[in-house]
Design a protein around this ligand. Sequence first.
Ligand SMILES: Cc1ncc(COP(=O)(O)O)c(C=O)c1O
Length: 389
Amino acid sequence: METRARLAARVAEIAPFHVMEVQTAARALEAAGRSIVHMEIGEPDFPTPAPVIAAAQRAIAEGGVYYTSALGLPELRAAIAAHYASHYGVRIGPERVIVTAGSSAALLLVMALLVNRDDRILLADPGYPCTRHFVRVLEGDPFGVPVGADTDYQLTASLIERHWTPGTRGALIASPSNPTGTTVARDEMARIAQTVRRQGGTLIVDEIYLGLSYDAPPVSALAIDDDAFVVSSFSKYFNMTGWRLGWIVAPERHVRDLEKLAQNLYISPPTPSQRAALACFLPETLAIVEARRQAFRARRDYLVPALRELGFGIPVTPSGGFFVYADVTRFSRDSEHFCREALEVAGVALTPGVDFGRHRASDHVRFSYTIDEPKLHEAIARLRRWLRG
Ligand SMILES: Cc1ncc(COP(=O)(O)O)c(C=O)c1O
């Protein structure tokens, strides 16, 4: 007889990523000989910059493969702090930087530091789904506040005020956001920080896409609120998704507790990746990633008007990252069905809104522009043929 282990109830509340299912279906069609344009993928198509790969090869050849401090290599923490000064004009001490296994581990550590059972964290709906799952795994209450075009698909100070309850512990903003690519303006971020502080809560800002900002010089929340927890990553701007490296900038008084959590949860971030990441801040690497940022901007500048012209609703032009969150109600009120048809009929893989929350999820899809311009043109041509019949 099969014996079944009793599982923790929280597991049932963690939703799978539908995008992975889209990807599986897309790969099956490709295996059967169909050509598919992939616009479902949430990672840069560019390879890791050559100086970073060379640094990793050197580090491994020299035997740099042992655990580091749970807080990360001191020289990498210093390099990240220096990057805030040169890139964002913010002075932070290296002792406030905690290197992590991707911003995923960064978000998990910050939530583990802050969230008690049933504590509420306010998040935008739509938003990046793993964040609410991290809160849930810790028995907290991730509360998705419905947001729309009127607030650039972001939380605002007044939405935070309205949804704050005695059990609310903090608010998390992702700016620029996944899936909408929209950014919180500096003034609004200042109002948000003030509101959260007045309530005695904590502001957490996910800036993983901040390096990929297109319309204005990027502003880190650290320039506005020195007491915020800022989470970021090497994954997107530095094209290092699989290296699993990110960081937290935390108020200094919390670093020791974050260190304890990191020591216990995963001992240290990956050592070869840390040694490789030291090369991210060389002028030659920065020149490569800067050229790629421009390429992403050019893709956005082509894609957004082309989608609008086809009838997709994009009321707010995305200003960062590599996503477009589009309203498909002109074509369908069932975005999962729309994505299946887009894949099977048009040969274009998209992500349905349901991956990012509940609010008007079935009216939206996410396009990723992590493909080159010829492929973007091909995707638009295919969608045009399908939608215009
Ligand atoms: C908004 C956001 N935050 C965090 C992450 C996690 O990325 P990583 O763990 O690779 O740094 C992602 C990945 O797609 C994301 O979109």
